[in-house]
Design a protein around this ligand. Structure first.
Ligand code: GDP
Length: 338
């Protein structure tokens, strides 16, 4: 396959112009993480000559991980944070991925529309279709919304493949037991080292049911320590099909925050998300301050299913994920058959 490399380079130049000083570097990589083209941005950090090799060393493992986790090979868009950088991965057709590298403190919202637009053009270049490398300035809300709609369409999961991969996120105050629940459920805890370097750990787990052909593959995104930063949280919570709202039954504030903060923040980031509510740490019977009835009543108010768990003893952990899987099967898969 021959790719019009001149056009690709021209496009990256336009991309750089659109993003201005925000951009540290942009890379077009193939599915194996091999750099096809790259460009250094105009940010101060870009002055470091070794930026591309440093960054591409980080890109490859993240990419391998995300593409492996999604059975369809398709993940749409993802953002990752390291101590120094923010990465935006945008699929550009079946072969290429546009990786945008920004400063760790840069906002991604203004960048997304341009990244989408550039990715679409890159896909065309790889396909050998005609396309102009010019990236227009997107000024109106309407432009941006139009692109967003296109992307939403692109990101629809391939539900015909018979195996379904769903991004699962966990919301809830710190220390309520989110990571413990995931580890208890996933068992093979291969992602620990990953978490420290990338900031997000991604784990997968299949959930199947006897007598049911459909199985659900959860791609569980667990956010490391930086969950307190709203900016990081927003990209973590976005594009999720499913999620678990967790509170600690021995901590009333964590219970109140489900309703006050977490539920609305998650709904805002992923409006169609399928959620359940979990009260965790029920093994600590003597310390319990939130009753089962209160949990159930909050769930009713939020129109969610409710279950109580202990990540410590393992009680109901599998059932919580099964509950979620069934909810998803009903929503995405059964619907497809009708
Ligand atoms: P996260 O910040 O929500 O991810 O919470 P962690 O999973 O890191 O857990 C916070 C603390 O609570 C850790 O010390 C865990 O060992 C503890 N923990 C988590 N789940 C349970 C549970 O079900 N019972 C008890 N007793 N402790 C738990």
């Amino acid at each position: 396959m021959s790719v019009d490399t001149k056009k690709l380079t021209a496009l990256l130049q336009w991309y750089k112009q659109s993003l201005g000083n925000e951009l540290i570097a942009a890379l077009v990589v193939n599915r194996d993480g091999l750099v096809m083209d790259s460009l250094i941005g105009s940010s101060e950090k870009s002055l470091n000559e070794e930026i591309i090799s440093g960054v591409s060393g980080l890109v490859e493992p993240v990419l391998t991980r995300i593409t492996e986790e999604f059975s369809s090979g398709s993940f749409g868009t993802g953002t990752f944070d390291t101590e120094d950088y923010r990465f935006i991965f945008c699929e550009a057709g079946p072969e290429a991925i546009l990786v945008t590298v920004l400063d760790a403190i840069a906002g991604v919202d203004p960048v997304f529309p341009y990244a989408y637009l550039a990715s679409e053009k890159i896909a065309r270049i790889f396909d050998g279709r005609t396309v102009s490398p010019v990236i227009p300035k997107l000024v109106s809300e309407q432009d941006i919304k139009q692109i967003q709609r296109k992307v939403d369409k692109l990101q629809k999961i391939n539900i015909k493949s018979g195996e379904y991969a769903f991004k699962l996120i966990l919301g809830g105050d710190g220390a309520v037991g989110k990571t413990s629940m995931v580890h208890r459920y996933v068992e093979n805890n291969f992602a620990t080292d990953y978490k420290s370097t990338i900031g997000t750990s991604i784990m997968k787990k299949n959930c199947s049911f006897e007598g049911l052909e459909s199985s659900v593959r959860f791609v569980i995104w667990d956010l490391a320590g930086q969950a307190q930063f709203k900016r990081v949280r927003q990209s973590y919570l976005a594009n999720a099909e499913t999620g678990i709202l967790v509170y600690d039954v021995t901590n009333r504030i964590s219970f109140e925050n489900v309703n006050k903060n977490w539920h609305s923040e998650i709904k805002k980031a992923s409006p169609n998300i399928s959620l359940i509510l979990v009260g965790n740490k029920i093994d600590l019977e003597n310390d319990r301050v939130v009753s089962t009835e209160e949990g159930e009543s909050l769930a009713q108010e939020l129109k969610l299913s409710y279950i109580e768990t202990s990540a410590k003893t393992g009680e109901n952990i599998n059932d919580a994920f099964k509950m979620l899987a069934l909810q998803i099967i009903k929503k995405f898969i059964v619907m497809e058959d009708v």
